[in-house]
Design a protein around this ligand. Structure first.
Ligand code: EPU
Length: 432
């Protein structure tokens, strides 16, 4: 069982280069199944979610070849439409994208219900509503979602809930359907736009991605492409939070500053300095921060995927802060862990009230999900003393070489492999 051991309280400095966006690549790799020719995809991050998606595609018969560390060639022509099993699908939310892409290509898909971070209720009713509107019948049987359609025909779809996943699945299912599909109340996140740009580079006809209304005119053929994934907005935001919490001066390179705007604005409001360049931001932490209010919203609002890391920064801001989570039911599971480090936080439903303390103290803590793990890293780096962060496999799902990147900035962080105390105890008991 691997854990991070972090000795906090050190000022960091230097540059960090941001990797390709997890939530963009999670859509773009499965979308390659829709292509009628091989595709080359660049700037893919080396994270476990990517490994799993590529494994699924290989096992289904696609020819997947890493050309270098960040570039993959996918030839989907040999891919067979076999079910995506529970063992793989449960590991990530993005497995749901195999529904849209397999339906789009084969008019049939069988995928186990998707897993991913436990953030509360995560239904797929909007995905199913969209597939049904395009002409697919669905059943859910033994945990498998089964979709079949004689043909897919464009339609007008209004999402009752603004959903990244349903918007992406809708685009993928409609891209080769007959006629025009109009998706209203579509998600506007940068990764939705990146997926549409990827498909358009293959000859798809998608208009309006990044706005509330996306129009997709079905095409018969998608040619191969050479496409580079956008930088990860949330990895960049996490390093911005690291700079703030450690009161450091860090240059964060390979970013799209516009995508970071809601994070930048909040950090500036509490007293952090942020300078923007064409493809970089410099973040200079201050000595005193003031509390603020944060409310997560769909893009271009403050991203829910940055809520825990921002809360970690606010634990040491003067006065009270109020953090409202409006996307997920249960995204405060990290709060108990921050309390172990001395944070003063109370949670009532979807609102957390943080009373700033002078400093946090290192403690053993557990990552309960991906961004919770990121928040604990932010907190531990800013805290006095040593923290041990357990269950870091959550972090490795979405951050490439986190500890190496931090070490290059001067952080005192080690990844240590030690036997899982619970598993060892169980083994010992069995042996008796
Ligand atoms: N929702 C429904 N019905 C649906 C789909 C969604 O009610 O059919 C609800 C959800 O329960 C939630 C809200 O709509 O309350 C938004 O969910 P959305 O579908 O937008 O989220 P997602 O597609 O499951 C993606 C990211 C998440 C990110 C959210 C919101 C991927 C693989 N995951 O999830 O990323 O938090 O959008 O931006 O793209 C992360 O990276 O840490 C992460 C959790």
């Amino acid at each position: 069982m691997e854990k991070y051991v972090i000795k906090g309280g050190k000022k960091l400095s230097g540059e960090v280069v941001i990797s390709g966006a997890k939530n963009a690549v999670a859509a773009i790799l499965p979308a390659a199944i829709l292509s009628d020719e091989p595709c080359v995809i660049e700037n893919i991050p080396n994270i476990s979610d990517v490994t799993i998606i590529l494994q699924i595609m290989s096992e289904m018969g696609a020819n997947v070849r890493m050309l270098n560390k960040t570039t993959v060639e996918i030839d989907p022509r040999t891919l067979r439409n076999i079910p995506v099993p529970y063992e793989k699908a449960k590991l990530m939310r993005a497995s749901s994208y195999f529904l849209g892409t397999l339906l789009g290509r084969f008019h049939e898909a069988h995928v186990s219900m998707p897993g991913g971070c436990d953030l509360g209720d995560r239904p797929i009713d909007q995905h199913l509503k969209c597939f049904a509107a395009l002409g697919a019948a669905y059943t859910i049987d033994g945990g498998m979602v089964n979709l079949t359609a004689d043909r897919l025909v464009g339609n007008q779809i209004f999402f009752d809930k603004n959903s990244v996943g349903a918007t992406i699945n809708g685009i993928m299912a409609a891209v080769k359907a007959d006629g025009l599909t109009i998706i209203e109340n579509a998600a506007k996140e940068p990764h939705v736009v990146d997926l549409a740009n990827f498909l358009n580079s293959m000859g798809a006809d998608i208009l309006g991605a990044g706005t509330d209304v996306v129009k997709i005119r079905g095409v018969k053929y998608l040619r191969g492409t050479n496409y580079s994934v956008i930088p990860d907005q949330i990895e960049a935001g996490t390093f911005m939070a690291v700079a703030a919490a450690t009161r450091s001066d860090i240059l964060i390179k390979n970013v799209i500053p516009k995508h970071l705007e809601p994070i930048t604005q909040k950090l500036v409001k509490i007293g952090v300095k942020v300078e923007q360049f064409d493809d970089a931001v410099r973040v200079i932490g201050g000595d005193n921060y003031v509390g603020t209010t944060v409310k997560t919203q769909p893009h271009p609002g403050f991203p829910t995927d940055m809520q825990p890391q921002m809360a970690a920064v606010l634990t040491c801001a003067k006065g009270a802060s109020m953090v409202t989570e409006s996307i997920f039911d249960n995204r405060f599971r990290y709060v108990d862990e921050l309390r172990r480090m001395g944070a003063n936080i109370s949670v009532e439903g979807r609102v957390a009230v943080i009373e700033g303390v002078d400093s946090l103290k290192g403690a053993p803590v557990k990552a309960t999900d991906l961004r919770a793990g990121a928040a604990l890293i932010v907190a531990a780096l800013g805290a006095e003393g040593v923290s041990e962060i357990y269950d870091i496999y959550h972090v490795e799902r979405g951050y490439e070489n986190m500890e190496e990147k931090l070490r290059l900035l001067g952080a005192d962080i080690e990844k240590v492999d030690e036997p899982d105390p619970v598993a060892s105890e169980k083994k010992a008991r069995k042996a008796i």
